[in-house]
Design a protein around this ligand. Sequence first.
Ligand code: AMP
Ligand code: ZN
Length: 118
Amino acid sequence: MDCVFCKIVEKQISSDNIYEDDEILSFKDSNPQAPIHALVIPKKHIVSVDKLRENEEKIIGHMFLKIKDIAKKLNCRNGYRIVSNCGKGAGQAVFHLHFHLLGGRALAWPPGLKNDLF
Ligand code: AMP
Ligand code: ZN
């Protein structure tokens, strides 16, 4: 499958890994948007939150419990943000489910800027 994150899981593309187990992988984003910018992905190819199936409930819970540990490991002392862009209009560029974990600086709210699709 021509999916960059599947290739990272398969170790065909290198990544700066933070955490790995049988179900999930976390690595540093190659184009960081904050001093701390990790990605957390399921090893299984799931397209996005919007395409989740009932039998994938457990892996999402697992990912969130590990995100908490990863945030601690990365020293997100003043808080952090978890983001999942779902669909092109929301800025999704890689169609393999991932959660961005952002921290290390103040994060404005509301997030994001206008893009061409809206
Ligand atoms: P999104 O726009 O939400 O789909 O986010 C995709 C993210 O994946 C972006 O922040 C990219 O910088 C990141 N990314 C793409 N390719 C790689 C890669 N080979 N290694 C690490 N991060 C990547
Ligand atoms: Zn994939």
